[in-house]
Design a protein around this ligand. Structure first.
Ligand SMILES: NC(=O)c1ccc[n+]([C@@H]2O[C@H](COP(=O)([O-])OP(=O)(O)OC[C@H]3O[C@@H](n4cnc5c(N)ncnc54)[C@H](O)[C@@H]3O)[C@@H](O)[C@H]2O)c1
Length: 350
């Protein structure tokens, strides 16, 4: 029996820039596909900072705490100064330690590759993103950022990657690191990986240095299956893998926390989001590609045991992306957001 109610409430953060444009059509598609959720709209990011003087208002945090489920559009973060990334704050606040980014070749979407099927599992709370940074003196002559890697944090993300592989019929987990240079922090992550791998003899395990991984992902992406890595490398490599299937516009992501496979603590919060940013250059023009957020919403439906509606969404998206007339412009098609959404909704009814 599902742990979720018949029609769970989901905190919806539309976000900044193109966020509201893609969130509105995503909500439409979820409803049309028969997804049973109740949306609770809350705000965060630049818009919330302007409106409420706080990029992460208490009401938003309360909503996510209560619902334990969120769908989030992109949030703007000032570069170099200003408030800390709300994305990072949300991941840390709700201990959303597993960032899961599946990238599968989508027929019709222009790309250099036709055979990509990679899932990047990124540790989401530690490493250089722990937020420990300071200038060494008042003249700002140097700055220091500290990477934290713990045995606990490493073990739970690596266990998550193996359990994901086991449950999804995946064959191999590749652990990515830089332990040749960062011998202690990355060496710890690698050591824990080798220990955990012994518990999953049916799944192949290898490890690879991050620079070589970047090269091999481009030259032979088909050699990869599940990748597990630390926060910074995961951030970079998961954008790279999105590039292998046509770009950020089509890439979904889940941020999961809590007691997954007995390795976490507390609740079981899950937040789903498109991988791309706020796309300020095209915001308000009605041409944003909502696929990333739509596929993230499909991952949310999978998560709450509404797989049939999620499958309907994915199938309709595939049909719309195959056709020039309904594929969005960032993917070489002719459609704006509205025409694409209408194409997806038509495919759903066909
Ligand atoms: N998860 C998040 O909330 C998230 C992720 C990345 C960046 N950001 C923020 O977004 C802002 C802009 O960042 P950026 O410009 O580096 O990256 P971006 O992803 O917003 O844009 C990069 C390029 O991709 C295009 N693009 C992105 N998403 C698209 C879509 N759905 N449809 C069509 N084209 C799309 C943009 O037009 C732009 O040319 C920054 O404030 C950054 O901090 C937020």
């Amino acid at each position: 029996m599902s742990q979720f109610s018949e029609c769970p409430t989901v905190s919806l953060i539309a976000g900044d820039g193109i966020g509201p444009e893609i969130a509105d059509v995503t909500v439409k598609l979820v409803e049309a596909a028969g997804g049973r959720v109740q949306w609770e709209r809350v705000s965060a990011g630049m818009g919330a900072a302007e409106q409420f003087g706080d990029p992460l208002p208490a009401a938003t945090v309360e909503s996510i705490k209560k619902n334990q489920l969120a769908l989030k559009g992109p949030l703007g973060t000032p570069i170099g100064a200003g408030f800390r990334s709300v994305n990072v704050a949300l991941r840390q606040q709700f201990d959303l330690y597993a960032n899961v980014r599946p990238t599968v070749t989508i027929p019709g979407v222009p790309s250099r590759y036709s055979n990509v099927d990679i899932v990047v599992v990124r540790e989401n709370t530690e490493d250089l993103y722990a937020g420990i940074e300071h200038y060494v003196d008042a003249r700002r002559s140097a700055a220091e950022s500290i990477a934290i890697i713990t045995r606990f944090g490493s073990e739970r993300i690596i266990v998550y990657a193996f359990e994901y592989a086991r449950r999804h019929g995946r064959k191999k987990v590749t652990l990515v690191h830089k332990a040749n240079i960062l011998k202690l922090s990355n060496g710890l992550f690698l050591d824990v990986g080798r220990e955990v791998a012994k518990r999953y003899p049916e799944i192949q395990f290898d490890d690879m240095i991050v620079d070589a991984t970047a090269m091999k992902l481009v030259v032979m992406p088909e050699r990869f299956d599940v990748i597990v890595t630390m926060n910074l490398f995961g951030d970079i490599l998961s954008d790279l893998t999105a590039g292998l299937i046509g770009g950020l516009g089509v890439a979904p992501a889940a941020n999961l926390g809590g007691n997954l496979f007995g390795m976490g603590e507390g609740g079981s919060c899950a937040m789903f989001e498109a991988v791309h940013g706020t796309a300020p250059d095209i915001a308000g023009k009605g041409i944003a590609n909502p696929t990333g957020l739509m596929l993230s919403a499909a991952m949310l439906l999978d998560h709450i045991d509404q797989r049939a509606a999620a499958d309907r969404m994915r199938a309709a998206i595939k049909v719309a992306l195959l056709n020039d007339e309904t594929r969005t412009r960032d993917l070489g098609g002719k459609a704006d957001t509205k025409a694409y959404t209408e194409g997806v909704l038509r495919a759903l009814k066909a």
